[in-house]
Design a protein around this ligand. Structure first.
Ligand SMILES: Cc1ncc(COP(=O)(O)O)c(C=O)c1O
Length: 373
């Protein structure tokens, strides 16, 4: 082994043996020999999920059939799982509902935000936001006759201080999905509120990865997905946070029957339920919802500050390995501190260096891009 490789291996071993979260890896079913650095896209499979899904399919669905809506509290699941997500994002119970995709929840949240601030002509979005956020913000602006202003994340607070009285709502993200760069949600929320505007946050890359305290920072509305750091599985339902103080006036466009005050009374016109229940839309995706609920148990007893500290340690080590072993090759990597070790990072970077050195990746570059990249 070269001295660089020996030095890095010794450092990885020391960091892993001092890692108070190393036992969390046991909560996941990872294929042997695979170092998984795509936690920013699809989280790994928590060991708690398969038995819960088997039970949900065979006993609750197969045997309980329609009775399970009551007997297994399926009906309450969107709010029950919402409260479990709430514990990870600093939301007191009764402010988070789980269901549908992030895109749907974004449409709902942005439309409701605009309706909460009538008469203001601007909707502001981070210019480099994930495409669905920009597309939906543009559509909501068109539907409500607003102008869309797209600015870089680090210019949001400044724009709000200059033109904030024109702004109905601003849509931002604490984590840049491409680079991992952080935007301080407290500063932007404060600037929005100083101007009388609302702040809507996309937490897709933050929930389960960063310590978040939505209630303390006074966030208005937020959305996020269940399949990245929350590890809820492919197509896991998304979540929507509606701060208590906005719930009575939360007027969202997708007034489905699940959000009705009395969903089983077909004679009435739409009358929204009390509280965050009104943000429910249609029948919840029960199997995915129960998978997400089981997945969230991986966070039991985990201090978010410790998780963040490990994530910084892994990423710092990854950058050191990249400096020592790899010339910049344009890789995007997502380390999930719940199940990645420093030894994994070194293994991945050493393997990448070998691949790059041999040029073994070149034939793949020439191939057609897969549908999902
Ligand atoms: C930041 C961000 N927002 C929104 C989405 C879209 O989520 P969905 O496909 O659940 O609508 C993604 C998906 O990767 C994302 O990364």
């Amino acid at each position: 082994m070269s001295s660089t490789a020996e030095r890095l291996a010794a450092r990885a071993a020391a960091l892993d043996s001092a890692d108070p979260l190393s036992g969390l890896r046991e909560r996941f079913l990872l294929p042997p020999g695979v170092v998984y650095l795509d936690g920013n896209s699809l989280g790994a499979l928590p060991a708690a999920v398969p038995p819960v899904l088997a039970d949900a399919v065979h006993r609750q669905w197969g045997t309980g059939l329609i009775r399970s809506w009551n007997d297994h509290a399926w009906w309450q699941a969107p709010l029950r799982v919402g409260d479990a997500v709430g514990r990870l994002i600093g939301a007191a119970p009764g402010q988070v509902v789980v269901g549908d995709s992030t895109s749907v929840q974004l449409f709902n949240a942005l439309s409701a935000a605009v309706r909460l601030r009538p008469g203001r002509p601007l909707l502001v979005v981070d210019r480099d936001h994930f495409p669905t956020d920009r597309y939906l913000a543009a559509s909501v602006a068109r539907l409500h006759g607003l102008r869309l202003r797209a600015v870089p994340a680090d210019a949001l607070a400044d724009l709000l201080s200059r033109e904030g009285e024109q702004v109905a709502a601003v849509l931002g993200a604490p984590v840049d999905y491409r680079t991992g760069r952080l935007t301080d949600p407290a500063a932007v929320t404060r600037a929005a509120h100083d101007a009388g505007a609302l702040a809507v946050w996309d937490l897709c890359h933050a929930a389960g990865a960063l310590p978040l305290d939505l209630d303390a920072l006074g966030a208005d509305l937020a959305v996020g997905c269940g399949y990245k750091y929350l590890c809820g599985g492919p197509g896991a339902p998304a979540f929507l946070y509606v701060a208590h103080r906005h719930q009575a006036d939360f007027d969202h466009p997708l007034t489905g029957w699940n959000g009705h005050a009395d969903p089983f009374d077909p004679t009435e016109e739409y009358r929204p339920a009390e509280g965050v229940s009104r943000a429910r839309i249609g029948t919840p995706p029960m199997l995915s919802l129960l998978a997400l609920e089981a997945a969230l148990t991986v966070f039991e007893g985990v201090d978010p500050a410790r998780l963040r500290a490990k994530s910084l340690s892994l990423t710092g080590f990854l950058l050191d390995c990249a400096d020592d072993l790899l010339a910049p090759q344009g890789f995007t990597l997502g380390v999930n501190a719940l199940y990645v070790s420093h030894a994994d990072v070194l293994h991945a970077m050493t393997t990448l260096r070998e691949i790059a050195a041999e040029g073994a990746h070149r034939p793949y570059l020439a191939k057609r891009r897969a549908v999902v990249t």
